[in-house]
Design a protein around this ligand. Structure first.
Ligand code: G1P
Ligand code: ZN
Length: 542
């Protein structure tokens, strides 16, 4: 019933910021998927007879990998696997299912916001029993194992029906095909005041939710249109497609430009939002105003007590280092903890588990809370709607009042994609070498106060993560941050994060790139991006 298959290692199965991500043809190499999944299982202990959750964002190759994973889970001794119908589970929904059913862990099949299709991206991520991405200790063990693996075990069984809800069996292991939306929708109903949101919508408030042909389509339809009464047509691009309709399912101002244009138009809806390939990111645009993810985190934190799930207040806020300091000011006012972590959701897990942080966020359109252990796109949309439903003001007013109270953090990220890896590494190495000489010098009329290579000391497990991005802080609170992406699948992506703090409300109406112009020039002077890469402008500005 089970067979042991001899295999040889691949040397490139190192999980990145968020699991193993590669082009589909890489995953299609002989035993590539099997090697990685076996390396995951070999790095875990004590799962015999336990439950595993499997689901993905529906992209190309999702269904094939679900079948392989099921057969390998059976051969490795799991007792039960819960699979989202059709192999679908948004990343936050997978996190919720793992927690709710006390699973041992889960395999989340996704390459998030990266494009999908036969020559595009695929990914496999292992999440632990708290519902969150495996910490570095485990991902390092998986990588180490993948470099020495000699065999894997798999059930010799036919593919099973993953499209019909119900219980079945594969080589003696129970497989339950579950509704991917039901548990998640129930959780949202617990956290938010659906009656208040329904009233708001009934009063004529209009919205649009763009699923970008990715996984949140069915979630948006059920929650926004069926449960909250938004009119049909509120959800657009809601049919998940294996290639996301040929688009890039990344909800930013470049790839969700249609939504942005609509929201800036005179007859646009009151509120617009989008989510990414696997449903963990969010884009929030009020009528006439784009809310940066860093601002959204701060505004949600400042108003979260208006939603039933957070009425007791927040324990603390956590943000990734490159995320703007807007949320820090909220934490200061609320007199709660503020934690600055490296990029990647996995660093929030310990803080959430320890009850030190309630809300977390990243500048890359990720916001979430202790309700699951992943960022959650639709959650952010619903919290915004709950706040607007209680306050009965526009998103624009929420933002303006927030800035008037706390000051405004102008913020932008400049990405240089598909850069030669050696050139990108040299740029970072050169910067690192220069760090000690930078403080006290001035660039573009700005004086550098401090400069360092960010290292994180986890306050819960005391682990240390080095080299998490180069920070250059200027006098007055502005800063630029440089780091290399850990999620790309070809070449390197250099990310430059630029931030200026502006306390004066009379200066809260500036155009963002203009407000940051001197800092953008300073970043170029400090890092020599053009000299290193030949690029004189970023490929994507968000
Ligand atoms: C990017 C984002 C990061 C996010 C990750 C997964 O990682 O910058 O905030 O957690 O995707 O969605 P990066 O490519 O920068 O390593
Ligand atoms: Zn994602």
């Amino acid at each position: 019933m089970f067979k042991t298959v001899a295999t040889t290692p691949y040397d490139d199965q190192k999980p990145g910021t968020s699991g193993l991500r590669k082009k589909v043809p890489v995953f299609q190499q002989a035993n590539y998927v099997e090697n990685f999944i076996q390396s995951v299982f070999d790095s875990l202990e004590g799962f015999k007879g336990e439950t595993l959750v499997i689901g993905g964002d529906g992209r190309y190759y999702n269904r094939e990998v679900v079948q392989i994973a099921l057969k390998m889970a059976a051969a490795n001794g799991f007792g039960r696997v819960l699979v989202g119908q059709g192999g679908i589970l948004s990343t936050p929904a997978a996190s919720n299912v793992i927690r709710k059913y006390k699973a041992f862990g889960g395999l989340v099949l996704s390459a998030s916001h990266n494009p999908g299709g036969p020559t595009e991206d695929f990914g496999i991520k292992y999440n632990i029993g708290n519902g969150g991405p495996a910490p570095e200790k485990i991902t390092e063990a998986i990588f180490a194992r993948s470099k020495t693996i000699k065999q894997y075990v798999i059930a010799e069984a036919a593919d099973i029906d993953i499209d019909t809800i119900g219980k079945r069996d594969i080589a003696g292991m129970t497989v339950e095909i579950i509704d991917p939306v039901a548990d998640y929708a129930a959780l949202m109903e617990e956290l938010f005041d659906f009656d208040a949101i329904r009233d708001l919508i009934r009063s004529g408030f209009t919205l649009r939710f763009d699923s970008m042909h990715a996984v949140t389509g069915p979630y948006g339809k059920e929650i926004l249109e069926r449960r909250l009464g938004a009119k049909e047509g509120t959800c657009v691009n809601f049919v998940p497609l294996p290639d996301f309709g040929g688009h890039h399912p990344d909800p930013n101002l470049v790839y969700a430009k249609d939504l942005y244009d609509l929201m800036m138009s005179a007859d646009g809806p009151d509120f617009g939002a989008a989510s990414d390939g696997d449903g963990d990111r969010n884009l929030i645009i009020g009528k006439g105003i784009f809310i940066t993810p860093s601002d959204s985190l701060a505004m949600l934190a400042a108003n979260a007590h208006l939603a039933p799930g957070y009425k007791a207040g927040l324990k603390g806020i956590a943000r990734s280092m490159p995320t703007s300091g807007a949320a820090d000011r909220v934490a200061e006012k609320l007199k709660i903890g503020m934690y600055e972590t490296p990029t990647g959701w996995k660093f929030f897990g310990n803080l959430l588990d320890a009850g030190m942080a309630t809300i977390c966020g990243e500048e890359s359109a990720g916001t979430g809370s202790n309700h699951v252990r992943e960022k959650d796109g639709l959650w952010a949309v619903l919290l915004w709607l709950n706040i607007l439903a209680v306050r009965r003001v526009s998103a624009m007013q929420v933002a303006r009042e927030h800035w008037a109270t706390y000051g405004r953090n102008y913020y932008s990220r400049h990405d240089y994609e598909g850069v030669d890896s050696d050139a990108a590494n040299r740029l970072i190495d050169d910067l690192r070498g220069k760090l000690p000489t930078l403080p006290g010098t001035s660039v573009q009329g700005l004086t550098i106060a401090t400069a360092d290579d960010f290292a994180y000391h986890d306050p819960v497990d005391k682990s240390v993560s080095d080299h998490q991005g180069i920070r250059v802080l200027f006098e007055g609170g502005s800063r630029v941050v440089f780091r290399l992406s850990g999620t790309g699948t070809s070449g390197a992506t250099i990310r430059v994060y630029v931030e200026r703090y502006e306390p004066d409300p009379k200066r809260h109406d500036l155009e963002t790139q203009g407000a940051l112009a001197d800092l953008i020039r300073a970043a170029e002077d400090i890092a020599g991006i053009k000299a290193h890469t030949g690029r004189d402008k970023p490929s994507v500005i968000t």
